[in-house]
Design a protein around this ligand. Sequence first.
Ligand code: IMP
Ligand code: MG
Length: 177
Amino acid sequence: MDSEVKLSVLFTAEQIAAAVKRLAAEIRRDYLDKNPVLIAVLKGSFVFLADLVRELNFPLNIEFAQLSSYGHGKESAGNIKVVKDIQGDIRGRHVLVVEDIIDTGLTADFFLKHLKQKQPASLKLCSLTDKPSRTQVEINIDYLGLTVPDKFIVGYGIDWDERFRYLPDICAIEDEA
Ligand code: IMP
Ligand code: MG
């Protein structure tokens, strides 16, 4: 049962909304006349993407990709694959990848290299959260929302084994009793 897992709130819905607004202002400034393609990495970024695009409120395209980096549990399986690639052609387009979290950086590094082969005009990364304590590959996050401590987080679309995506706040798992 979800109620048996001890969670602590790291960022409230209000704090997340403020971070999304700030990111949207930065992205709007840089992409307003560029008709960018936002590529959301499923599944964790779906809530963030939905809030972000409504704050952006200017012409853009949306694509979805799904990568497998984790098996079950909380550790990366290391072996990253494109489970679902984007459908549209991004050659010559301004592309912004929308991620929920950069943990080791392995997934984002892999995906940015994958997209680069498709020859976009520009390629940047926006992530709602970053966990710098876990970095294995240095990734330049062009638009970063929130920095999280070395804890496993859930909520606002982010899961632990498909659980807790529905939480409006971002919480840390403290105890799995
Ligand atoms: P990385 O390849 O280690 O950077 O991991 C990236 C992916 O792992 C993220 O997009 C998430 O799907 C997942 N992940 C990493 N840390 C967490 C966490 O604290 N909570 C939930 N998912 C996480
Ligand atoms: Mg993810």
